[in-house]
Write a protein that binds this ligand. Structure first.
Ligand SMILES: Nc1nc2c(ncn2[C@@H]2O[C@H](COP(=O)(O)OP(=O)(O)OP(=O)(O)O)[C@@H](O)[C@H]2O)c(=O)[nH]1
Length: 615
């Protein structure tokens, strides 16, 4: 690493490329703000441009009346070997070397207009232009040229521009890592200097302010600026530097910058007022001083820059972990990704059913409370009330009343009662179905991997629900069949046993039995026999319905919830898979942006490491 200033240049350029230039739009601690820099501030016509050009030794800044500098210009000077060609490069035009500095000026003007607009409505913008100048005649130094502090807009520029400039300039110079190059003209009272006024506010101790006094040659005859230059008028930590730039006449005559530098040197060497300070005056001295100082400040800040970089790297890595890896482009990898997410979903879905979570308990509740409860509520008693039994039995008998036992009447009564069981059986199937659907919804929401892919989520919910619908149909058929089976074939032993019991009763009290043979008691007996039979069947169904439901719905959901989806997806082509993996575009954009920033930080850390080792 040639120089720490060059290193910081590199990091600054990368920061601008990532939009980290004013620290305001970034959740991370701004690296830009942490980098030491030198900002040039001054009132209108204070000689700001002239100082910069003199430091560079080249004419390259836009000129004109009004507010010409409308975007910060980050001017990175890099010293090259003697005899090498001088050239300039813009960050926004990589690989284009400018050797003609008139074109550099034109490009600064054009690039300013590109962001701020041209014509009457010229605005200002905090987005910096990065210009690097490679030359044997410069020192390694980075300067940020800011719009001139002004109080009046001219040439139809909007009034707001004046109000906008100060906060923008302030946003640069308030940063504790910013050295302030405060330019004031010597032919004005220092107390009225805009640059010093601002510097005083943001750096009251004068620790990071460089006082630069221009236009020493324009002072009234017989006066001098020694009071300022010697720090008596306004005291700063660093000594004031006096400058003599080209006059307007020199500029008009196109006086060469190198000639101007020479003239400036001569001015100080021969000056009766400043001769004793000649080796500490002039733009060349200023450039060297700044370069040395900037380098030493950067060195002292490296530990805090590195720790900021490390902190940001950690934060970025954490965020990228959360955002997940970018989606693969090839079909195989996409399929793999989708299947992986499906498995993750199925795992969570099963966990909901397999204990520890309320899903399984809810299903057990259906079987243990709801189903028996519903069966208990069935209007069997009404169906087996005396008038109903009499009616059904006589209807079944037809014109020929039964002789001993109403066989058909019994069957009708039993069938009628069993018919009521269809309701609770159906309800059990439906309740379990709803529970399973709800668990699908929950499991989808809980599958972390799926969060990025709304389309896939929708597709999976649809696929799972359609499987559940199919399972419900099968389950419904099974439970209703269980009920129907009970009506199709009655348990003979039950009735034979009843018959034997009633025979024994008749033998023990023959008179009462004979009287009641075909009266109310007879029908009551029929009703109670049927009720006892139904009770027995109910006890069976309360056990078998859950078995059918679990077999057809719960077990199937665990085994083959997404089988149909798997079969379909494996036949899908890339485009369709891509559609399923279409992430939220904002999220994709954020990942790309974060990954780029992370790369920048890592690179910066590596470069700093390397530069520290070289030293
Ligand atoms: N004689 C003399 N003229 C100077 C000196 N410094 C600047 N000037 C002249 O003052 C005028 C303004 O100088 P600039 O360098 O354009 O000042 P600025 O602060 O960049 O001005 P704006 O950007 O327009 O606000 C120009 O005509 C310069 O030639 C100096 O030290 N001596």
């Amino acid at each position: 690493m040639e120089s720490l200033i060059v290193l910081v240049n590199e990091i600054q350029r990368a920061c601008t490329a990532l939009g980290d230039h004013d620290g305001g739009n970034n959740a991370l601690s701004s690296l830009w703000a942490a980098l030491p820099s030198v900002a040039v501030v001054g009132g209108q016509s204070s000689g700001k441009s002239s100082v910069l050009e003199s430091i560079v030794g080249r004419d390259f800044l836009p000129r004109g009346s009004g507010i010409v500098t409308r975007r910060p210009l980050v001017l990175q000077l890099r010293k090259t070997g003697n005899g090498t060609e001088e050239y300039a490069e813009f960050l926004h035009l990589p690989n284009k070397k400018f050797t003609n500095f008139a074109l550099v000026r034109k490009e600064i003007e054009d690039e300013t207009d590109r962001i701020t607009g041209n014509g009457k409505n010229k605005q200002i913008s905090p987005v910096p232009i990065h210009l690097s100048i490679f030359s044997p005649n410069v020192v390694n130094l980075t300067l940020i040229d800011l719009p001139g502090l002004t109080k009046v807009a001219v040439e139809g520029q909007p009034e707001t521009i004046v109000q906008d400039i100060e906060p923008m300039v302030r946003s640069y110079v308030t940063k504790p890592n910013c050295l302030i190059l405060a330019i004031s003209p010597a032919n004005q009272d220092i107390a009225t200097s805009d640059a010093i006024k601002l510097a005083k506010e943001v750096d009251p101790t004068g620790d990071r302010t460089f006082g630069v006094l221009t236009k020493l040659d324009l002072m009234d005859k017989g006066t001098n600026a020694l009071a300022v230059i010697e720090g008596r008028s306004y005291r700063l930590q660093y000594p004031w530097v006096g400058i003599v730039n080209r006059s307007q006449a020199d500029i008009n005559k196109n006086v060469d910058m190198m000639v101007a530098r020479k003239k400036e040197r001569e001015y100080f060497e021969t000056s009766p007022d400043y001769g004793h300070l000649a080796n500490k005056m002039g733009s060349e001295f200023l450039a060297k001083l700044l370069s040395k100082l900037l380098e030493s400040i950067i060195r002292s800040r490296i530990p805090s820059i590195v720790s900021l970089i490390n902190k940001n790297i950690e934060e970025l890595e954490r965020e990228l972990d959360q955002l997940g890896r970018p989606v693969a482009i090839d079909t195989g990898a996409q399929l793999y990704t989708i299947l992986g997410m499906c498995r993750a979903f199925e795992k969570i879905f099963k966990e909901h059913l397999d204990g520890g979570r309320p899903g399984g308990a809810r299903i057990y509740g259906i079987f243990n409370y709801n189903l028996p409860g519903a069966i208990k509520q069935l209007p069997i008693d009404h169906h087996l009330s005396l008038p109903s039994v009499q009616r059904i039995v006589s209807e079944s008998d037809g014109y020929q009343p039964h002789l001993i036992a109403p066989e058909l009447g019994y069957r009708r009564l039993i069938e009628g009662s069993l018919n009521y069981f269809r309701g609770p059986a159906e309800s059990s199937v439906n309740a379990v179905h709803l529970t399973l659907k709800e668990l699908v919804r929950k499991a989808i929401a809980e599958t972390e991997e799926l969060k990025r892919f709304p389309s896939l989520q929708i597709e999976l919910v649809a696929a799972a629900n359609s499987s559940l619908d199919k399972f419900r149909e099968e389950s419904m058929e099974s439970v209703l069949r269980l009920v129907d089976m009970e009506s199709s074939y009655l348990t003979v032993e039950f009735f034979r046993k009843l018959h034997v019991e009633s025979q024994t009763e008749t033998i023990s009290s023959p008179t009462t039995r004979a009287v009641d043979q075909y009266g109310e008691g007879h029908f009551r007996k029929i009703a109670s026999n049927v009720a006892a039979y139904i009770k027995m069947v109910a006890e069976t169904l309360v056990k078998t319905i859950p078995k059918a439901v679990v077999h057809c719905q719960v077990r199937e959901a665990k085994l083959s919830l997404l089988n149909h989806f798997y079969a379909q997806i494996s036949q899908n082509q890339g485009k369709r898979l891509g559609q399923l993996l279409d992430e939220n575009p904002a999220l994709m954009e954020r990942r790309v942006q974060r990954a780029k920033t992370l790369e920048l930080y890592k690179k910066a850390r590596d470069e700093i490491d390397a530069s520290v080792w070289v030293r």
